[in-house]
Design a protein around this ligand. Sequence first.
Ligand code: NDP
Length: 510
Amino acid sequence: MSDLNVVSISEAKIPSEPFIACHLIDGSWRESADGETFDRVSPSHASLVTRASRGGTRDVDAAISAARLAFDKGGWSSTSGKDRATILLRVADLVDRDRERIALLETLESGKPISQARAEIEGAADLWRYAASLARTLHGESYNSLGNDFLGLVLKEPVGVVSIITPWNFPFLIVSQKLPFALATGCTAVIKPSEMTPATTVVLGELLIEAGLPAGVVNIVLGYGDPVGTAMTTDKRVDMVTFTGSTGVGKAIVKAASGTLKKVSLELGGKNPQVIFPDADLDSAVDAVVFGVYFNAGECCNSGSRIIVHEDIAEDFIARTVEVSRKVPFGDPLDPSTKVGAIITPGHQQKIDAYVQDAAKAGAQVRLGGAALEVPGLAGQFYQPTVIANVKGEMPIAREEVFGPVLTVLTFRTLEEAIEKVNDADYGLSAGVWSENVHTCLEFARRAQAGTVWTNTWMDGFAELPFGGVKESGQGRELGTYGLEEFLEAKTVTMRIGRTRAPWVDPGVE
Ligand code: NDP
């Protein structure tokens, strides 16, 4: 498609040697006990980026032991909030210092644009700072209302050892949505990044050591869901699992963790609708829709991939969306002007294409794209910006997470019908409405079944605001004070004042 905006001039600084990634266990870098490794090849440049130790049962066992011991001996969990905040703030400064290095590895492993990776690393540093501020606010409750004989206390305590399992789409940002909050409460952790993107979590491990985090508080095991993820979700020494990824694996984790009744927090997929009313600022809406669907090549749980547009403006809206889509710079992720990079694996590219071809066979109209994108000089896999109209609610492309740069367009006539279509989904992560009428926006916000609602915007996020889904999009929340609460347990302490307790057994009875 020659009329697309394809960027292929790379200012590449691809390292000549791969990044060597080892496990971080009890404060030291270790190769796998059985010496196994795996390679990560760049999805855009097809060059070897990372050679990583491949964790086995002995490695994950050692990591869980270290996290358990670090928690139980209390060196971290019983330090003051002030001391924990000091370390988290140091980590934030080190992340800022190493932003370029982290961004380059993130881009090479994930295929995301370098300018976006830089912004994500900057956002991650902000999360470490925010979590540091929360570490000093931890407090429980006291009840001085139980009568003269009692004082009731509710103590907030860290949950314990947390397994953190992260996906490949935002490796550094997602671990930073979880780990600093867990650390702020005094938890210890074992982390498994996706085998597609292990490098930047390992760099984070280096920075944690440099910041002075005690050995064993954070452990990193590289490798696959089986056996590393499985052990992290079944081992009885683990108290909680926090996971971001597919709904299928999320359900498997709930089952696996139920054997020892672990606390489970899940951030899963979405098929996120945006409803566009005729009175909306259409220029703004088109731009946000294009951003929402192509950002991170659509490999984003918050992808705004399901547009529900009023029939009266549908044709005009689709035409404008196609026109703006053509201008989006797709291509070499290392070029700072690129806005959309590569697709994570050839297998995932095929999955995206299969959704598109199946929809076309079922009667949907491919108005733009619908095929692989050739980027001159690059051997990786890319997908064209794709707009699909005439989509029916029952088609898989309207219901399932495509996780690619593919927009599906449905239509509506009334607010009632729009809400019905919004809520006709297994997912409930986020939803959006475009209208100049505040009453329409408010009614939509109240009735949409979603963890987040955006009105006249899309995908703005803040450290202060909780993030998570309803229905099959997950359970629990990240970010904000709600995100902190996930890593806390309440302990009730009931104190009797003086010798006021009436004996249960009469002391006078012989
Ligand atoms: P998965 O959900 O399969 O993987 C996410 C993480 O979970 C990875 O670290 C993975 O390890 C790990 N994992 C896999 N199986 C288990 C298990 N049984 N126990 C514990 N951990 C496990 O995502 P994929 O990477 O395979 O992507 C598949 C689809 O998931 C995508 O097409 C997309 O639809 C969705 N997805 C949603 C994301 C979101 O942000 N909501 C993020 C990523 C994907 P490993 O892969 O290393 O074996």
